[in-house]
Design a protein around this ligand. Structure first.
Ligand SMILES: Cc1cc2nc3c(=O)[nH]c(=O)nc-3n(C[C@H](O)[C@H](O)[C@H](O)COP(=O)(O)OP(=O)(O)OC[C@H]3O[C@@H](n4cnc5c(N)ncnc54)[C@H](O)[C@@H]3O)c2cc1C
Length: 375
């Protein structure tokens, strides 16, 4: 049997160095707590580097009446643009409406005006219907036939992995310790706190935070941690093509009313297109890009491109996949939401906090709430 050497005790140990684990580490270290973050891989290598890179209220969540989520995300968006001005930028988004659009122009206009209202006076960038000529200037490859209306609105764009790494750096500068590429042998709960066994090292803390994103159920099962919720693993891919297809970002619709984004990245001379939704049943580490999803995105983008600009499979230079950890409440597993839940378990002096769900955009609010729950 391996010898355990007690080497380190902390106020809080966080499992997972995605945006939420790093965000909580930043918040708690700013509050003067001693924090350790442990990741089986590297900072930001999970879902937090596989997103659409949007720091947004989430226009489409208005349709599902998730006003609280949209409002919180818009508030966080403003704060993130102030805190990280080099990597979170406000950008123009175009929403073209073609004949037969699953959402009529009046509905989109109403949604955007409501979105402006939720943003409030925090910005003077408001949405508007724009002349088609202006749209063609920004998106010369897009089909002109049957274009009924174009709206422009504003949301923010980031580089997700750089943002996560930057948040981790903030936490480190306030004393947080990060251990990457490590396998946790065991997690034990005693009356005094949590014991995390890493090889011959033993890390202890009265508080354990499980911020392992889509791996959360697997971690809870492996280490026998009690939890009130489960997640459904909904994967999404993005394809990458060379060159910038459009100048601004595009909010596009499929025939079936699903949405996808065209996300030009001029600094890298590439365009990212995504995303898809597929329920996964295999372990998160075994989730791979599926050729059907690539075909789905190519077919949908080509519906909007002029003939000479349509893309082929060979134009796709990369494709990446991430898994959304969407909460399924135990009582109603079909009730999926982009909102998150902080699931706190207190036992005498010890606390266990699970982070279920949570968008890239809302990590600041989530971390503040986690801090308030724990201290
Ligand atoms: C396709 C797609 C598009 C998206 N687009 C957007 C968007 O545009 N805007 C937005 O706001 N949100 C978006 N999201 C949502 C957002 O990306 C995620 O909700 C968010 O990144 C989740 O962060 P997290 O820290 O909870 O999880 P993760 O980033 O997955 O981090 C979890 C970490 O836990 C670690 N881990 C796992 N198991 C263990 C273990 N046993 N021990 C230690 N560590 C472990 C992993 O290595 C990983 O680093 C998107 C998600 C997807 C999938």
């Amino acid at each position: 049997m391996k010898k355990e050497t007690v080497s380190n005790s902390y106020d809080v140990i966080i499992l997972g160095a995605g945006i939420n684990g790093c965000g909580i580490a930043r918040e708690l270290s700013l509050r003067g707590k001693e924090v350790l973050v442990i990741d089986k891989s590297t900072i930001g290598s999970g879902t937090s580097s596989k997103s659409s890179r949007l720091i947004h209220g989430g226009l489409r969540y208005l349709e599902t009446l998730q006003f609280g989520l949209v409002h919180e995300a818009l508030t966080d968006r403003e704060e993130l643009m102030t805190l990280y001005p080099d990597i979170v930028h406000l950008r123009s988004f175009y929403f073209p409406i073609y004949k037969g659009s699953p959402r009529p122009a009046w509905m989109v206009w109403l949604g955007l005006k409501f979105y402006d209202l939720l943003v409030g006076k925090r910005t003077n960038h408001t949405s508007a219907r724009i002349p088609r000529k202006l749209f063609y200037d920004h998106a010369p490859h897009m089909v002109r036939k049957n274009l009924k209306a174009v709206f422009r609105y504003f949301d923010a764009k980031t580089n997700d992995i750089l943002l996560t790494q930057q948040v981790a750096e903030n936490a480190k500068s306030h004393g947080a310790v990060f251990i990457e590429n490590v396998h946790i042998q065991n997690i034990r709960q005693t009356s005094l706190g949590w014991k995390i066994i890493l090889g011959e090292k033993l890390m202890t803390a009265p508080i354990l935070v499980n911020a392992t994103g889509p791996w959360i159920d697997e971690v809870n099962e492996r280490y026998h941690l009690p939890a009130q919720y489960h997640i459904r693993k909904i994967s999404g891919i993005h394809i990458v093509i060379g060159g910038t297809l459009t100048e601004g970002l595009m909010f596009m619709q499929t025939k079936g009313k699903r949405i996808f984004f065209i996300i030009p990245e001029p600094n890298h001379n590439r365009t990212i297109i995504g995303t898809t939704e597929r329920e996964e049943t295999v372990p998160v580490d075994d989730v791979i890009v599926c050729e059907d999803d690539i075909t789905y995105l190519i077919e949908n983008i080509n519906r909007y491109l002029e003939d000479s600009y349509k893309i082929n499979r060979s134009d796709v230079i990369d494709a990446f996949i991430g898994v959304r950890p969407l909460i399924a409440h135990k009582d109603n597993p079909t009730d999926l939401s982009r909102e998150y839940q902080l699931d706190l378990h207190t036992d005498k002096e010890t606390k266990l906090l699970h982070v279920f769900g949570g968008k890239l955009t809302t990590f600041l609010s989530l971390a503040k709430k986690a801090g308030d729950l724990l201290f």
